[in-house]
Design a protein around this ligand. Sequence first.
Ligand code: ADP
Ligand code: MG
Length: 628
Amino acid sequence: MNNENPAPEDAPIDEVAPAEAVPTADATPESPASTATEPPAGQASESEDDGPSFADLISDERLLKAVRDVGYEKPSPIQAATIPALLEGRDVVGLAQTGTGKTAAFALPLLQRLDPKQKTPQALILEPTRELALQVCEALEKYSARLPGIHVLPVYGGQGYGVQLSALRRGVHVVVGTPGRIMDHLERGTLDLTGLRMLVLDEADEMLNMGFAEDVETILADTPAEKQAALFSATMPRQIRRLAESYLTDPVEVNVKGKTATAPNVRHRYLIVSYPQKVDALTRILEVENFEGMIVFVRTKTETETLAEKLRARGFSAAAINGDVNQAQRERTIGQLKSAKLDILVATDVAARGLDVDRISHVVNYDIPTDTESYVHRIGRTGRAGRSGEAISFVTPRERHLLRSIEKATRQTLEQMPLPTVEDVNATRLNRFDDAITAALADDRLGFFRDVVEHYVNEFNVPELDVAGALATVLQGDAPMLLEPDPEPRSRDRFKDSDRARGESGREPRNRRTGGPMATYRIAVGRRHKVQPRQIVGALANEGGLAREDFGHIDIRGDFSLVELPASLPQQVWDALRSTRISGKLIELRPDKGGRFDSDRGGRFDKGGRFDGPKGYGKKDRKFKKKF
Ligand code: ADP
Ligand code: MG
């Protein structure tokens, strides 16, 4: 099936109605079957007459005609649900798997609501990548083909400003852009959003993956309050739910369920650990994973009690449930988990059956189940209500064979995860420490304590920074703030690993695409900014116009990251990347002079006088000075 007019012999003559030959839409209430494209996934294909037709949803004949031109026969479920709500002017959250037609779900009502006479942008669509921005623009062009004088402009990094500026000056109705470049235009004052009436956050989960969460918030905060907003996504991680809650007004939520039995929004990982390592491994995971609620599954009733006890001893809020716990107690415990008075539930299969708590972001199989059925049931406790979930299974070397059968039964691949390193744990601890300070700065009692500190400073003539350090010492008590470095063998292993990633036998790395030489560059975002390799690749590829093959090894350090890229980057790439941000932070790309094996453990001053490394408070000091 395709979009072209069918040859007459393909279908009976009276069914062939080439679009151009038909003067009005009324003449062909049904689009000819032979010009329809395949419906997107998730679309019911059994019956012709269930669900609304496009004509039931859209009143603008020109739009209807355009939809028929592209060959859509009937609305997909997400379209059937969101088009009426958006036309009513409601805010919408649309959740549906990739390929279910989310673009038309917002594009059609958006186009119907445009005012062709307004010269400043009325609709802004945010997309995570340049490719998606272009793709959505193309779709909008097609759907608006019969609406004269409607202008749609793609705005993305890597393209010159000139084109974008002159188009904006001439007047556009819809802007489709990536967050970075939109932010730039807003900062330069070249994008006027005062007349904005509609905003769409498309592929919101991808946006997050690319590290654009903060940029998106900045943009959202910069748009008029009186506007319609819609958010579309394939999954609903907690961060996106929070975004929706703070920036959408009483949204209509549409959740089109996928067909797969195991939720597609759950990530499955496993960790190879020996039995005695398990408690320590779990503690590290609890430190570095960003979890809300967690169920830890163990095999025996006694183990639920002993493990919960060990976790409490390490300062986590954990409780046990098992078949011996009476009903009333069980309900009390689950109530506490629901209301966030408790975060970790250690359970046996029987005790946790059917448990339905939205806040469970993680399921940990402390003991991997021996039957795949249990695996599916256990994992079903997370990823509920369209949210995303995480499944982590501990596998002892002798249990490896169980992985295959689980993968076969769930038709999911389990991704191996490394044991979080001491550096990972320490970086997370420092992050939390920062967060606690940031939160305290907004506390009502700040004024009072400032006076107390000021008095001390004057009385004893001690610098503020020393006082702050002393207070942190009091707060920390006897427990060490940071873990001791791992014993030597492990860190040597890690270097060996990165050597291997860099090419066998120490040969200089080569570009996978051109075979040209590679060099190491430094960017000013690292583990402390919670950056991940895919965000780095995403941002640099997207904004700098680099290909995926241009990337070599990526090494995420404490306060910065090292990225291998072609040794000679063209000037336009430098220019394009000058204003690139990851998680809202300028990346400050530059060649790495320090060499790739510099230890970042102790930290050191670089030429600019900045202190790098995990204890690198250099930049933040300055910020704090301003505030105090
Ligand atoms: P998503 O954003 O949900 O991943 P898209 O909006 O990119 O999905 O649509 C996926 C494909 O389905 C596109 O090729 C689009 O043209 C097509 N499509 C969308 N709606 C319909 C429809 N109602 N009937 C047939 N094809 C459709
Ligand atoms: Mg899409």
